[in-house]
Write a protein that binds this ligand. Structure first.
Ligand code: DAK
Length: 263
C-alpha cells in the first residue's frame, strides 16, 4: 500500500487500483475549510496522474463523513468572499464529479450541508447505518452553496429535494436509502470492507469501458435523449479501439477469464 504524508487534513492511500481519500479533521467533524479544499485539489491531481487508479473512495475519520462547510470560517464572510468560497468549493466538487474514474462516497457518519453535497458529487454512495444526511443551510440563513439545489433533485426528484432543502431536516440512513440518496447500507463495522468489495468489483472490469460509461452517463444526464444516445454510440465505438475489448470478447468465446490491462 502506498500512503502519502504530504497532507494535513487528508489521509491518502492507494492499494492496487483503488485510491482512498479520507478527510481527517475530527475536531470539527471533518467540516470543510479552505485549506481542505486546497488539499483536495492537490490530491485529485495525484489521483488523475496515476494511471493505475481505477476507483477513488472518499470517506471521513471517526463519526463523521463531513459535517458541512466550516461554519466558523463562513460566519463573517461578505458577499464577495462568500461567492469566492462557493466558487472554489464548487470547482473542486465538479472535479470530483467529472473525475475520469468512478468515485465512491463511503459515508461513515454525518453527511450534512457541504458533506451531503460532497456525497452527491460521487458516482455511488455507500453508507453505514449510523449515517445522517441533510441540508440544514436554510437554518443558518443561507442556501446550499455547493450545488445541492442542482444535484439533489436530479438524484431523488424535485419534490423530495425541495422538502429536504426547505425544511433542513436531517434524515437517517434508512430513509436516505429509501429515497435513493444512497445505493447501499452496511453496519459501521462492515462499511470499509463493503466499500472495498464494490470498488474491487469495478476495478476488475475493463477500465476504459467503465470510464466511457461514466462519461456517457454524466454527459447524457445534461442533454436531450437524442444527443445522449449519440454520445453513448461514440463511446461504445471507441471501446473497439482497445486491447481490452478484443481480449474480453475472445476470452468470453473461449470460456476463459481475462484480466484487463486498461489498454
Ligand atoms: N463547521 C464548523 N465546525 C463544526 C461543524 C461545521 N459545519 N460541524 C461541527 N463542528 C464542530 C463543532 O463546533 C464542535 O466543535 P467544538 O465546539 O468541539 O470546538 C465539534 O465540531 C463537534 O460538534 P458537536 O459538539 O456539535 O457534536 P454533536 O455530536 O453534538 O453534533 C452535529 C453533531 C453534526 C449534529 C452538529 O455538530 C451540527 O449540527 N453541526 C453543524 C451541521 C451543519 O449545519 N452543517 C451545514 C453547514 S453549512 C456556500 C458554500 C457552501 C455552503 C454554503 C454556501 N457558498 C459560499 C455559496 C455550505 C454550507 C454548509 O455546509
Amino acid at each position: 500500500m502506498t500512503s502519502y504524508k504530504k497532507f494535513k487534513f487528508l489521509n491518502i492511500y492507494t492499494e492496487r487500483h483503488i485510491s482512498t481519500i479520507q478527510i481527517n479533521h475530527p475536531k470539527a467533524l471533518n467540516a470543510l475549510n479552505t485549506k481542505i479544499f486546497h488539499e483536495f485539489n492537490r490530491a485529485l491531481t495525484m489521483v488523475e496522474n496515476d494511471n493505475n487508479n481505477r476507483v477513488l473512495i472518499i470517506t471521513g475519520v471517526d463519526k463523521s463523513f463531513v459535517a458541512g462547510a466550516d461554519i466558523s470560517e463562513m460566519v463573517n464572510l461578505n458577499q464577495e468572499q462568500a461567492k469566492a468560497f462557493g466558487e472554489f468549493g464548487s470547482e473542486v466538487f465538479r472535479r470530483i464529479e467529472l473525475l475520469h474514474i468512478p468515485v465512491i462516497a463511503s459515508i461513515n457518519g454525518f453527511a450534512l450541508g457541504g458533506g451531503c453535497e460532497l456525497a452527491l458529487c460521487c458516482d455511488i454512495r455507500i453508507a453505514s447505518q449510523n449515517a445522517k444526511f441533510g441540508l440544514p443551510e436554510v437554518g443558518l440563513g443561507i442556501t446550499p452553496g455547493f450545488s445541492a439545489t442542482q444535484r439533489l433533485p436530479r438524484l431523488v426528484g424535485t419534490g423530495k429535494a425541495k422538502e429536504l432543502i426547505y425544511t433542513g431536516s436531517i434524515i437517517d440512513a434508512q430513509e436516505a436509502l429509501d429515497i435513493g440518496l444512497v445505493n447501499k447500507l452496511t453496519t459501521r463495522e462492515e462499511l470499509e470492507e463493503e466499500t472495498l468489495i464494490m470498488a474491487q468489483k469495478i476495478a476488475e472490469q475493463a477500465p476504459i469501458a467503465v470510464q466511457c460509461a461514466k462519461k456517457a452517463i454524466n454527459s447524457g444526464m445534461d442533454t436531450d435523449i437524442e444527443s445522449g444516445i449519440e454520445i453513448e454510440t461514440n463511446h461504445f465505438a471507441h471501446c473497439f479501439t482497445t486491447k481490452d475489448q478484443k481480449n474480453g470478447m475472445q476470452a468470453f468465446l473461449k470460456r476463459e477469464k481475462t484480466t484487463f490491462e486498461g489498454k
